[in-house]
Unconditional design. Structure first.
Ligand code: DP6
Length: 327
């Protein structure tokens, strides 16, 4: 009754910001992302008949009380589905700083979902796993399938799932995550997006998204990197405009974030095809093709004082079981 899963974080090219249903985590819009090879969570879950309560441990740091409650909520959903009452021992490990806009909740809830169902020997389809991962954290559903992934918004829980648009080998893309601050973000995404509807920019954003999504899919189909990059930046700025015009406004960027965003345009003028995107934190994801990775690293290194660390990611598989357990 023990299983261990590996799940990647993902970077959204089309972002999820705002829920149509808080409890079920149904999004206001569909989103598209890439799974990240070097940023992942490994989680072991064991259901033990004589345990008095769930024991949840983060091996490389501490979980807050709230975070533990959220994990237990997901375990309850799994127990309910499997019709099992046992408590569980859970250990989890991340390869990257939690809470720094690097979506540890995505990899975390994807790994937890896959490990917990496997520990109870409940066999689910990828679609069903994505639906259960989504209930833990919306973006976690995109960490279940492989490679480049779309999360369909859906009207009901069962039809708000994620599927693979392309496998990791389809396009040799890179996400260079420039970590400028690895501390916890001040406002969590769950809290932050509750106020999305207070932004006067939200309705224009929702109206623009279907065309933007179609344009991004077309760029992916044709492997047109410039088109992909332009949409990614436009979309990032659009989501942050909504965040910044909510009540109360949310500013996730810091001065270094803005310096990097500003520099990226200059690097493009110098002939390096690279684009930025930023989630709910100050860290900047630089998206380029594999052939340009070295050039991007070189210009970044000339400004190394701007960043604490650079994590170079390729597209990766989604969540899967592994045979080495954490305990
Ligand atoms: C800005 O999936 O963390 O990274 O469903 O409340 O857990 P909850 O939110 P979460 O939100 C991610 C928001 C984002 C954009 C994105 O990844 O699409």
């Amino acid at each position: 009754m023990k299983a261990t899963a590996h799940a990647p974080a993902n970077i959204a090219f089309i972002k999820y910001w705002g829920k149509a249903d808080e409890a079920l985590r149904l999004p206001l819009n569909a989103s598209i992302s890439m799974n990240l090879s070097e940023m992942y969570t490994v989680t072991t879950v064991e259901f033990i008949p004589d345990l008095a309560h769930d024991e949840v441990r983060l091996l490389d740091g501490d979980f807050s009380k709230q975070e533990i409650e959220r994990v237990i909520k997901s375990l309850n959903v799994v127990r309910n589905k499997a019709n099992v009452k046992y408590f569980s021992r859970v250990a989890t490990q991340n390869t990257f700083p939690k809470g720094a806009g690097a979506a540890a909740s995505a990899s975390g809830f994807a790994a937890l979902t896959v490990a917990a169902f496997a520990a109870l020997e409940v066999k689910l389809t990828e679609k069903e796993l994505a639906v259960f991962a989504r209930m833990g954290s919306g973006s976690a559903c995109r960490s279940i399938p492989d490679g480049l992934v779309e999360w369909v918004d859906g009207q009901t829980s069962d039809d708000s799932y994620a599927y693979s648009l392309y496998p990791p080998s389809y396009w040799d893309l890179r996400d260079l995550l420039v970590v400028v601050d690895s501390g916890m973000k001040k406002v969590s995404t769950t809290e932050g997006m509750k106020a999305a509807r207070t932004s006067p920019m939200l309705s224009a954003r929702l109206a623009a998204l279907p065309a933007r999504i179609a344009y991004l899919k077309e760029a992916m189909k044709r492997k047109n990197f410039q088109q992909l990059g332009e949409i990614i930046e436009e979309e990032c700025l659009d989501m942050h405009r909504v965040m910044q015009t909510q009540t109360p406004p949310l500013f996730y960027w810091n001065d270094t974030t803005k310096k990097i965003m500003d520099a990226v345009g200059g690097w493009r003028k110098d002939g390096i095809p690279v684009y930025f995107t930023i989630d709910a934190g100050p860290n900047v994801h630089l998206i380029c093709e594999g052939k340009d990775e070295e050039k991007v690293m070189k210009v970044l290194q000339s400004r190394i004082w701007l960043c604490q660390k650079i994590i170079v990611n390729k597209p990766s598989d989604g969540a899967h079981l592994v045979s080495t357990h954490l305990f």
